[in-house]
Design a protein around this ligand. Structure first.
Ligand code: ADP
Length: 484
């Protein structure tokens, strides 16, 4: 697939530090999850290069922060234009290394680029405040300044958007960044960085440190221990988020964490069942179920339960699974074998505890798994407690609103929730009662660049996107000015 790139120079396999492409002493392989084929070998850098990248970022910081917001905005806008102009090639790299259907990959390029567009605009709006004085010969002013060198550690499920959602606000605010992309999907990240360099992002302001899984752990330690790195933004598992938080305690680093979810999806008796089915398909099976906001548990009230299961199962049965480059494919492979095994384990456990497989349930060849629906799910099953991160939809039957909300909140996670109802009172009550950062009401998806994305409880800290996304990268300084 990569032979078909319109611009072959976007196929980058070296790391980017201080404007130089670094080969590194060692390399690691990147594979196509659909075919198992080796796509590339990429620079495998470690702690020494992490220190170099941090130093380069720090050296580039003063010039970057002293540009005006408008100057930074112009560069970011150019980067946005280049990302869009190269949407096909970026999509191609993404489908090849990540597996998602090509149309979905191109959709992610547009979504990823939209953060760059949005924060290019926000770069011009880092406003301060003046406060009323408490004494007539003083003036009180609040300014906001870039926090400093930022590190971003990103996952494989959105190889572009999870980078731009962090990098764009950091750059807009006047901060340099060192990115450590997921080892499974570094090619999209490197191509995006190349386009950033073409857009005029100066050397050292945007660095991409590629590393395999062992080196990623080592690099993570360097980021956390560094006094120069003032902020770490991480998207990934709650488990790794906890490690980064603990490792960051000695340097009291500011953290933005976007961690695991276990999204409930509630369908009440007063719902429009057809829309609920559409929403559940969109929320559950996007990216083969590998998003942190995918519906993980579907609770359906008894009055519409059987109708919902029937309609939902019929749609799931019709989904085409295969290589993301093939026509009509709506579900690609899972990212790695361990992911396939986890879905299998969840299905087996559910069946052993009394659930019934309505559609699918089996592993296919390679890293593919059938889109699966099980009914009769209960709270003691693994799929109720853990994020499956795959194409399994467990359906739980409930009687009362109270019971459904209690079950929905019975998790340490709190990222996204969804529910379908047409009762205004219920919409208000349930929206307020759900313990989470984002609620989709009568919709199965809500992602866009100008809304605050993030979670509560063990789903993380901070918000990405929207004007709140800039706050993560800005420090507040209070000036008390005497009138002498
Ligand atoms: P996922 O469940 O999405 O694979 P992980 O949390 O394992 O999520 O990985 C997300 C990102 O975190 C990847 O870039 C990975 O290399 C990185 N990572 C994994 N373990 C660590 C660690 N101990 N320290 C720093 N980064 C890590």
């Amino acid at each position: 697939p990569l032979a078909l790139l319109q611009d072959p120079s976007l196929f980058k396999t070296d790391a980017l530090i201080d404007g130089e492409w670094i080969k590194g002493a060692a390399r690691f392989d990147v594979h196509d999850p659909s075919t198992g084929a080796r796509l590339a070998d990429v620079a495998n850098l470690g702690p020494k290069e992490a220190e170099q990248a941090i130093a380069a970022a720090n050296a580039a910081w003063p010039a970057w922060r002293s540009k005006t917001g408008k100057e930074r905005s112009i560069i970011l806008r150019k980067w946005f234009d280049l990302l869009i102009a190269n949407q096909e090639d970026l999509g191609r790299l993404m489908t090849a290394e990540q597996g998602k259907p090509f149309a979905e990959a191109k959709g992610e390029v547009a979504y990823g680029a939209s953060f760059v567009e949005w924060f290019a605009e926000e770069a011009k709006r880092v406003n301060g405040e003046t406060l009323p004085q408490f004494d007539n010969n003083r003036r009180l002013v609040v300014i906001r300044q870039p926090i400093g060198v930022c590190a971003a550690i990103t996952p494989w499920n959105f190889p572009l958007a999870m980078i731009t959602r962090k990098v764009a606000p950091a750059l807009a605010a006047g901060c340099p960044v060192v990115i450590k992309p997921a080892e499974l999907t570094p090619l999209t990240a490197l191509a995006a960085a190349e386009l950033g360099a073409r857009a005029g992002i100066p050397a050292g302001v945007l660095n991409v440190l590629t590393a395999d899984s062992a080196n990623s752990i080592a690099v993570g330690k360097v980021f956390c221990a560094s006094d120069t790195v003032r902020h770490i933004s991480f998207t990934g598992s709650t488990e790794v988020g906890r490690i980064l938080m603990a490792q960051s305690a000695p340097t009291v680093k500011k953290l933005s964490l976007e961690l695991g979810g276990n999204a409930p999806f509630l369908v009440f008796d007063d719902a429009d069942v057809d829309s609920a089915v559409e929403g559940a398909i969109a929320s559950k099976y996007r990216n083969a179920g590998q998003t942190c906001v995918c519906a993980n548990r579907i609770y359906v009230q008894e009055g519409v339960h059987d109708l919902f299961v029937e309609k939902f199962a019929a749609k799931v049965k019709a989904m085409k699974v295969g290589n993301g480059f093939d026509d009509g494919v709506v579900q690609g492979p899972l990212i790695e074998r361990a992911a396939v095994e986890k879905v299998e384990r969840h299905v087996r456990d559910a069946v052993a505890k009394g659930a019934r497989v309505v559609v699918g349930g089996r592993k296919l060849q390679g890293q593919f798994f059938e889109p699966t629906v099980v009914s009769g799910a209960t709270g003691d099953m693994l799929c109720a407690r853990e994020e499956t991160f795959g194409p399994l939809a467990p359906i739980f039957k409930f009687k009362t609103e109270q019971e459904a909300v209690a079950a929905a909140n019975n998790t340490e996670f709190g990222l996204a929730s969804y529910f379908y109802s047409r009762d205004v009172g219920r919409i208000l009550r349930v929206s307020e009662a759900l313990e989470c950062g984002m609620v989709g009401i009568n919709v199965g998806g809500f992602g866009t660049e100008h809304v605050p994305f993030g979670g509560v409880k063990q789903s993380g800290l901070g918000r990405e996107g929207a004007h709140q996304g800039m706050d993560e990268y800005l420090e507040i300084k209070y000036l008390c000015i005497g009138d002498v």
